[in-house]
Design a protein around this ligand. Sequence first.
Ligand code: HEM
Length: 381
Amino acid sequence: MAQSLSSFIVVTILVFAPTLCFAGKSNGGYLYPQFYGRSCPKAQEIVKSVVAKAVAKDTRMAASLLRLHFHDCFVKGCDASILLVSTGSMLSEKRSNPNRDSVRGFEVIDEIKFALEKECPHTVSCADILALAARDSTSLTGGPSWEVPLGRRDSKGASLSGSNNNIPAPNNTFQTILAKFKLQGLDIVDLVALSGSHTIGNARCTSFRQRLYNQAGNGLADFALDQSYAAQLRTRCPKSGGDQNLFFLDFVTPTKFDNNYFKNLLASKGLLSSDQVLVTKNQQSMELVKKYAENYELFFEQFAKSMIKMGNISPLTALNPTAINSYLPGIEALSGTNFKKWKEQIRIVLEIMDLDYALRESAPTKPNDTSSTEHMALYEK
Ligand code: HEM
């Protein structure tokens, strides 16, 4: 019984959900910006105020928070698995090669979570906090803003191997990087636009040293790197030692979210090899770099779209009562011209609620002569 109902509920949702949702569908999960509209109306305001405070104290924090969302989404989807610490049976993603001694911002996420638990306990997921903090970090540093589809749930498991294998490395080839994006359902346009995140933030000497001394195994610096820029970088990034020394990813406007990153690439002054290959190894990505270097609005527009797409990678969603209730704010208001559509949306929500109830409650016992009328009515239902 429960199984046939489950199949029915899945079919119902697959058939009808597109009319209920206004954003991000991925792998059967439905996210939409108004998810906390009723359950935690101040959620977005709270996230933004904590992020703003943290960025005012340390401008680099914007970059670090933006990167946390990326490193979360590329491993088992945007499920906050990056935040989990190791347990007896699970190894934390914080120990992976891309993350170790590199990702930061966990204390800001903790502070946001603390503030949200005070306002509306057990409501806002950490995966949604990461997505909102990434958006706020972008807009607070001068970049675009967008509506973040919400409703992700948090994972209870992490994947150290996923973190090591799925997140692109700075010395990966263009083809490998693109393949890793494609594995997540992202394309070359997303790759170029999202790489534009490197308009803010820092990288350590160890992330690009090879380019300065021995890019191709011949003891020479990378030909794709401007030679005077390389000489300048070598002064603080020696052949050995200084691994943790920090360098701006965009040396022109390091704390401002703008399109100078793309202009730098065209001048052979991208810091990471993975940045520079966007102009040296593929015609289509080179043309996109040119377009974004010429027109920052085009870059901002695509960046917002690609961030939403990245934020939709395999979210965990559930048909729990909160999730179902939160479909309601997504139903458009009755206006006098949309009665048919409005009625259909209400009917679907009510049906889903009925089915959800039926799935969670055990079947009532068979009534007998002494049963109450409520019991009989429930059994009939
Ligand atoms: C295309 C493949 C990518 C590669 C190979 C890559 C690699 C890197 C590396 C090596 C660093 C410096 C880490 C360190 O030295 O500690 C870095 C920093 C950063 N990355 Fe990426 N990244 C990529 C794409 C992205 C994407 C898609 C985003 C965001 C959507 C992003 C956001 C950032 C930010 C903001 C920083 C600076 C972080 C900070 O200052 O704390 N990156 N990335």
